[in-house]
Design a binder for this molecule. Sequence first.
Ligand SMILES: [Cu+2]
Length: 291
Amino acid sequence: MQKQEWNRCRARRGLLTCAAASLLAFGAGCGGERTEQAQEQPGAEGGAVWKPTGQEGSVTGKINFQGQPPKYRAILMDADSVCAAQHSGPVYPDSVVVNNNGTLRNVFVYVKSGLEGKSFEVPSDSVELDQEGCIYKPHVLGIQARQQLKVVTSDNTTHNIHPIPKVNREWNVSQPPGADPIMQTFSRPETSIPVKCNQHPWMRAYIHVMGHPFYAVSGDDGSFKIEGLPAGEYELEAVHEEYGATTQKVTVAANQPSAADFGFNAKQAYGPSSLKMMPALALSCCAHGSD
Ligand SMILES: [Cu+2]
């Protein structure tokens, strides 16, 4: 803030208000510089960008399930005949899906802590979210902060993709039949971002934004695998949209597979996921436009 401007401000708004405004203006200036640095040097926020050495280990496991899953009614798609016509039988919500072997599908497992001080390259390939038969595919996906999300549609009806994040920028974009893919990014790590479609209220997906590439989603056999982890001690978290989150510690040795099974019980209360924005994994606030 220039001297003249400062005097004008003090006369009109008082000393404290002007001091706060001045600090904010200074902060904004610094943010601008940091943006340029971050663009030139992607790893600047958390030190050098981590590179694999070929000595990495892995973690595999499965998500066991106990108890009674909710009994769902078939989704009523009559409101849009295009959606209904694409299914020959009843379609059920894919919130709680118990596999034939008693395991739970669509659980997101990720490294919650143990990677402090490392920063990671943003993959150049995109992660795809399709809309097929008025259902999101996949139902749960992981993506790195700043990596491109590519939303495509296979349906002959208009969808409306509307993620509702808490710490990222909210967006809401329509996609008519045959439209180009919608390309979007999320700037900050955040678990469990619900995605809805304003046209079809039953459509729901969950996006988990990570500051690193170490995550997986349990599949139709309830298993998951996180590969390429540097040797170390980690805390893993398993997150399910209905049951919540549970954590456990795991040690990964160089060139070795480790095992970590999780369990969810329908009768037990679990807390919500609580991804902390670790300094090394938190990305610059202003590196990508307005969010
Ligand atoms: Cu839709």
